[in-house]
Write a protein that binds this ligand. Structure first.
Ligand SMILES: NC(=O)c1ccc[n+]([C@@H]2O[C@H](COP(=O)([O-])OP(=O)(O)OC[C@H]3O[C@@H](n4cnc5c(N)ncnc54)[C@H](O)[C@@H]3O)[C@@H](O)[C@H]2O)c1
Length: 364
């Protein structure tokens, strides 16, 4: 089978992981990368000196898109550039793996969806948890019916700050911390509850990384050197409550000034039969309660062996993207799924800014 010939646009932290990740996959052949930062491209490609074919570097992504021998691209530039780059890629006839969030605003995401609708291209969104065995199993339990309907959910992500990249800390460029981080978790709520979100209330603000106060930002998982950030316009903590049309309720906690190490992500669901299904960042999935008083039964799930390049679910999302490109089947994480998660995030950002409950229909 001929490998799928791909290009990667934006090779910072996430695009770097994608480059190293796709380099491990036989069914993919990286033809070129594009980034405005030449040094970053050089240092990244030096990490795969034995790659079987030369990888061409471009500082202008449009040159990469002009290549007829590239079938598919990964878009991993910051989200304020997602619309521009994705529209150009679709226009050039490429299949696209677009990083989350699809854009800083739902309005821009809708423009991407409208442009995509007129094509027969694959457009997969990088909500990697959709591809993680842990959460696929959890969704199966939450949606399967054996334990009753999922009516109550929570997620906590208490973690270190974003990488020292100014755009993350600029509300207009990133869409905000809730938009950048919590689309993953709002998508888990949407998926597992299986209903449409109806309204959102959020509280949040700046405790530590504050506008006008110089803050030395280091990030353990980032390639970028530590830097001072003093003009952050995003929240560094928030609580977000989401109510669904079927009456289910979910709550998201985000804190972004914790110092590592820490127990990170936790996602929980309670069903109307009184079961609790709990996913933890040690990758365990356990079942509690219910009529039989289950005591933390460990649930097994299938997770194919994968090189650790980036993120839980990331490797499988790359494999499935290649499969979609080859077979033309639609991706497990499509643009509407990406947009639905963003709508909750934008409503939460609005709720904090305007100190009120926000109805999702306001974003229609
Ligand atoms: N799926 C996930 O779990 C996940 C995890 C991290 C980041 N992300 C997303 O990936 C995207 C990138 O995040 P990141 O952390 O890698 O950011 P980053 O700042 O580390 O990388 C962005 C890269 O884009 C490059 N770039 C900027 N303008 C460009 C242009 N015009 N043309 C080409 N390259 C350009 C930058 O030089 C940089 O190397 C964001 O949308 C982010 O939210 C997703």
């Amino acid at each position: 089978m001929e490998p799928v010939r791909i290009g990667i646009i934006g090779v910072g932290d996430m695009g770097g992981y994608h480059t190293l990740g796709f380099a491990e996959i036989e069914q993919a052949r990286i033809v070129a990368v594009a980034d405005v930062n030449e040094r970053r491209m050089e240092e990244l490609l030096a990490e795969i000196p034995d790659y079987p074919t030369p990888i061409v570097r471009y500082t202008d992504y449009r040159q990469l898109l002009q290549r007829d021998d590239i079938e598919a691209v990964v878009v991993a530039v910051p989200q304020y550039l997602h619309r521009e780059v994705t529209l150009a890629a679709l226009e050039a006839g490429k299949d696209v793996l677009l990083e989350k969030p699809m854009a800083p605003t739902v309005q821009e995401a809708d423009e991407i969806i409208a442009a995509h609708r007129g094509t027969d291209r694959i457009l997969q969104i990088g909500l990697v948890y959709r591809y993680a065995g842990l959460f696929r199993k959890m969704a199966e339990l939450c949606r399967g019916g054996d334990y009753g309907q999922t009516t109550f959910m929570w997620c906590k992500e208490f973690r270190e700050n974003f990488p020292p990249r100014a755009w993350f800390y600029d509300q207009r460029l990133s869409g905000g911390a809730i938009m950048d981080k919590c689309v993953h978790y709002f998508d888990l709520f949407n998926w597992m509850i299986g209903a449409r979100a109806h309204r959102v209330f959020a509280m949040g603000g700046q405790h530590v990384i504050r506008y006008g106060v110089p803050h030395w930002v280091e990030c353990t998982y980032s390639f970028w050197e530590p830097a001072e950030i003093s003009t952050s316009t995003i929240v560094d903590h928030a609580w977000v409550i989401v109510e669904y049309e079927n009456g289910a309720r979910a709550m998201q906690g985000l804190c972004m000034y914790l110092k590592p190490p820490y127990p990170g992500l936790e996602v929980g669901a309670i069903t109307h039969q009184g079961y609790q299904i709990l996913a933890r960042d040690d990758q365990t999935l356990t079942l509690w309660g219910g009529p039989q008083a289950v005591h933390g039964q460990e649930i097994e799930y299938e997770e194919p062996e994968a090189p650790w390049v980036g993120h839980i679910g990331a490797h499988r999302s790359r494999l499935e993207f290649l499969e979609c490109v080859r077979t033309r089947r639609p991706p497990a994480c499509d643009p509407q799924i990406g947009r639905d998660a963003m709508a909750i995030a934008q409503a939460a950002e609005m709720s904090i800014a305007e100190d009120r409950v926000v109805y999702l229909e306001e974003l229609a």
